[in-house]
Write a protein that binds this ligand. Structure first.
Ligand code: SF4
Length: 268
């Protein structure tokens, strides 16, 4: 998000001559701004008659109108955009309050589980309520295909207690974040360790870490080792030795952050 925000700020300067765009279409061209976010900005800031359609709003519409399409289905999503558009207030000045109301409805009243229908301002026209279908709507998304992936971390520390981190490529898992050297097989890990003058016997295997990404179930096995004397440089992996006090200045993946916190006392 921070990277997108920075890119979007640059876009405003270079592509919009420093003037913040006002239309939903233009806002959508900014990095990290999708259709719904662009619509929210346009409606809140510029009274544009544009609808949002995040997960909460989809749920409210599906229940209110007893729509039982699959919300992960693109065609059904297009139908929802059309319905949401048709429901917009005529007076553009009402847009900020309308959008805020819609967001609040989904977040605090028509909640995923246990919607508070008794205080819902639409309870007398809600079709899902009339048809006793609240729990089944919206229809469950088609399950996302999740692949299992094994990763092996080489967690190196030097005599000063610094950990070796390298910046991951921009694309792929943890793109652009700082991480310990990470490979996808034990053989590759041992090969990598030799780059730092280590053998398999020097490595101490830690407990497996499970971590779920949107389309991946990661099983991470950390192997830790201490390097004495001067930090050894690998010819294959470039990076930096980072002292514990300086770790906060580096963007590191959540499971690594948790791991380093958990082992901090023994590691440093
Ligand atoms: S009546 Fe209940 S299910 Fe229907 S829109 Fe209101 S909170 Fe949601």
């Amino acid at each position: 998000r921070a990277r997108n925000l920075h890119k979007a700020a640059k876009q405003v300067v270079t592509e919009f001559a420093g003037k913040f765009p006002r239309s939903r279409i233009e806002l959508q061209t900014l990095c990290g701004v999708g259709r719904s976010t662009a619509a929210a900005i346009a409606a809140f800031c510029f009274d544009a008659r544009e609808t949002i359609l995040d997960g909460n709003v989809k749920r409210v519409l599906c229940r209110l109108l007893a729509l039982d399409g699959d919300i992960a289905n693109k065609k059904f999503e297009e139908e929802l955009w059309c319905i949401a558009d048709a429901l917009l207030p005529q007076d553009a000045a009402d847009m900020p309050a309308y959008i805020q109301g819609l967001m609040d409805m989904g977040a605090t009243v028509c909640k995923r589980s246990k919607p508070v229908c008794s205080v819902c301002p639409m309870n007398d026209i809600c079709l899902a309520r009339a048809q006793d279908r609240i729990t089944e709507l919206p229809r469950k998304k088609t399950a996302v295909m999740v692949k299992n992936l094994s990763l092996f971390w080489l967690v190196l520390r030097n005599r000063d207690g610094a950990v070796f981190l390298h910046k991951r490529p921009a694309k792929g898992i943890w793109g652009g974040l700082w991480c310990v050297p990470c490979v996808d097989s034990l053989a590759a890990l041992y090969k990598l360790a030799t780059q730092f003058g280590l053998t398999a016997e020097d490595l101490s295997e830690g407990a497996e870490i499970s971590h779920r990404l949107t389309h991946r179930q990661l099983c991470i096995v950390p192997f830790a080792a201490q390097i004495g004397g001067q930090p050894i440089k690998s010819s294959e992996v470039t990076g930096e030795w980072v002292l514990p006090d300086n770790l906060a200045a580096y963007g590191i993946p959540k499971p690594l952050h948790d791991y380093l916190n958990a082992v901090q006392s023994s590691l440093f």
